[in-house]
Design a protein. Structure first.
Length: 287
């Protein structure tokens, strides 16, 4: 008897090798995947603006890195004795404005430079819900614990998402036409929005991705969400909060991703790399 529905993932239309340049943008799940490759010495750039959850903020970050939009003081605010950016994760916040601005400038330049020559861009959508700053009139990537009365919580629509990414795909066609774009939906459950609301949110993400796959060449989808929902259909593959994937769950998804993007010879090299990574981890523990 069969007690689970294992997903047979076909080969994606590209190959990952040791010098493949990969950029990752999106939710905390993208941090897990990029961290895996970075630990194995692949050339990786992960979330130069920090973790991003909604697709509008991801598209906005791409616009900043491609020069389609410019960062301005409108995104910055002094709050709770430090400078914050509504386009960035809290790790960029700092009491010293010069340090704050330098961190943002360096991250933007590094991200823009990497994207110019990247081979693969992984985009991980987390939720369709986003917050809109009423006074500043902008979509925020992070509320930074600013009082909720300053924001309006909204749910993005399919056409909004597709329109937000149109400038990036126009840039890609002109500046990096060989860049492969891989969409994925984060398996992280945003239950603070509500169970039904989380399902609607994920559905909007899936439908918007499907529309962009039909509209743009060199794009594809990797089913990380489906792996957790249908293959790993068990809470033991989630962390203690029952919303984020566990270490074992992430490892399983990574194995599926490697199988779908690497040749047998490259998979053998990955086995050898694993030994190096474990040896280095062991030495760090001993020291």
């Amino acid at each position: 008897m069969k007690f689970r529905t294992e997903i047979n993932i076909p080969k994606l239309p590209f190959s990952i090798v040791l010098d493949t340049k990969m950029m990752f943008l999106g939710s905390c799940f993208s941090e897990h995947v990029s961290g895996f490759f970075a630990a194995r010495k692949f050339p990786v750039c992960a979330n130069p603006f920090g973790i991003l959850f909604n697709p509008l903020s991801i598209a906005q970050t791409l616009d900043f890195m491609t020069g389609k939009s410019s960062l301005s003081d409108r995104f910055y605010q002094y709050f709770d004795e430090k400078w914050i950016s509504f386009a960035h994760h809290g790790k960029f916040s700092h009491a010293d404005k010069s340090v704050f601005l330098n961190q943002i400038s360096d991250a933007l330049q590094n991200g823009a430079s990497f994207l110019q020559n990247a081979d693969i861009l992984f985009l991980t959508f987390g939720t369709s819900y986003y917050y809109y700053h009423l006074e500043k009139e902008l979509v925020v990537a992070n509320c930074h614990r600013v009082p909720g009365a300053c924001f309006d919580k909204k749910r993005v629509e399919i056409d909004q998402i597709c329109a937000a990414f149109a400038p990036f795909f126009a840039w890609r066609a002109q500046h990096n036409p060989n860049l492969k774009v891989v969409f994925t939906v984060s398996p992280v459950r945003h239950l603070s929005d509500g169970f039904h609301e989380n399902q609607m949110s994920k559905s909007i993400l899936h439908l918007s991705i499907e529309k962009m796959l039909d509209s743009y060449p060199e794009t594809c989808y990797f089913p990380s969400y489906e792996i957790f929902q249908d293959d790993l259909r068990d809470y033991r593959f989630y962390d203690k909060d029952l919303c984020h994937p566990s270490v074992e769950g992430v490892e399983y998804v990574m194995d599926k991703l490697l199988q779908s993007t690497m040749s047998p010879a490259m998979l053998q090299k990955m086995t050898e790399l694993e030994k190096v990574v474990r040896r280095e981890a062991h030495l760090k523990v001993r020291s």
